[in-house]
Write a protein that binds this ligand. Structure first.
Ligand SMILES: [Zn+2]
Length: 302
């Protein structure tokens, strides 16, 4: 979306844009279009090359493109993201992987900013529900995926691509569709607390250039509606008694045990995408001070 086009959009969208920052990566797998294949010049599939919390963090020797994304995630607080694909018409949401129902699943430690990814303890993994691998924020992910599919020209119909199974509401849990290891959306969510969808936008995996204008029109409303979801839920800042922002405070929402907890950034800011409802927040600082507060349906402090 060019800036000119952005500024011809309705005020409410500009407001959402102006109070948040949007970053775009034009093409993560450059060979995709030049050679119609999805591997980089090392023959690696980048969207299978991220460290995977469910696979004991194998893939530690990551490709440079993957390393760049991982390092980038440490420099900014990303809240919401999407990666755009072709080959189906569906909004897919995490997890893409699971521990496969083994009796002991991997639990991941909370790495302080800038430290290495580590696996510190083991406990039962509750993510497998039926044939899906469900995150603690599943209600939010389903909402985000439906915002996209129902704002898209056709996606919510779920049956537009003959070679794919029908997708109810045009959405699917990634693992339920097909399990995969080392994907970017699981990494972003587990390690960077950035809620990411994989948006499959065309039945044809490599749509010809002349189809791009129509594809843009099919997706424009959905992309804008999705961007606006960055303001869903609760955001705030944590200060100490003398008014200094607290970095690395853990901000937990009751009933949502994330593999890696949400933490405040260097400005003391936290962002929790949540649907309307009543929530109990627990904020814990490194001095083991805990603060509890509740948020009501209309997002007022109780
Ligand atoms: Zn894909």
């Amino acid at each position: 979306m060019g800036l000119t086009e952005l500024y011809s959009l309705p005020q409410r969208v500009r407001t959402a844009e102006n109070s948040s920052v949007e970053r775009r990566v034009p093409e993560a797998e450059p060979e995709l279009w030049f050679r119609l294949r999805r591997f980089n010049s090392n023959g690696a599939d980048l969207n299978r090359g991220f460290p995977d919390a469910f696979a004991a963090l194998r893939q530690q020797n990551v490709e440079p493109e993957v390393r760049a994304v991982i390092d980038w995630l440490k420099t900014e607080t990303f809240v919401l993201s999407a990666n755009l694909h072709g080959g189906a018409l569906v909004a897919s949401y995490p997890y893409d992987n699971s521990n496969g129902g083994k009796p002991s699943a991997i639990r991941v430690s909370a790495p302080p900013a800038g430290s290495q990814l580590t696996v510190s303890s083991v406990s039962a993994g509750p993510e497998l529900v039926g044939r899906a691998s469900i995150t603690p924020d599943d209600d939010v992910f389903v909402h985000l995926a439906k915002v996209y599919s129902y704002s898209h020209a056709w996606m919510s119909r779920g049956d537009m691509c003959k070679e794919n199974r029908p997708f109810q509401d045009g959405i699917i849990n990634g693992y339920q569709w097909y399990p995969l290891q080392g994907g970017m959306q699981d990494f972003n969510y587990v390690w960077a607390q950035c809620l990411e969808l994989t948006l499959e936008l065309s039945c044809c995996k490599f749509p010809p250039p002349e189809e791009l204008p129509a594809l843009w029109m099919d997706n424009k409303k959905a992309l804008l509606a999705y961007i606006q979801q960055v303001h869903l839920g609760v955001k705030g800042r944590v200060f100490d008694g003398s008014g200094v922002p607290v970095e690395n405070a853990v901000v937990e929402v009751g009933g949502r045990q994330d593999l890696c907890p949400f933490r405040t950034n260097q400005y003391g800011e936290y962002y929790r995408l949540l649907l309307p409802g009543n929530y109990t927040f627990t904020v814990t600082t490194t001095n083991t001070n805990s603060l509890f507060f509740k948020v009501s349906e209309n997002l007022h402090l109780l």
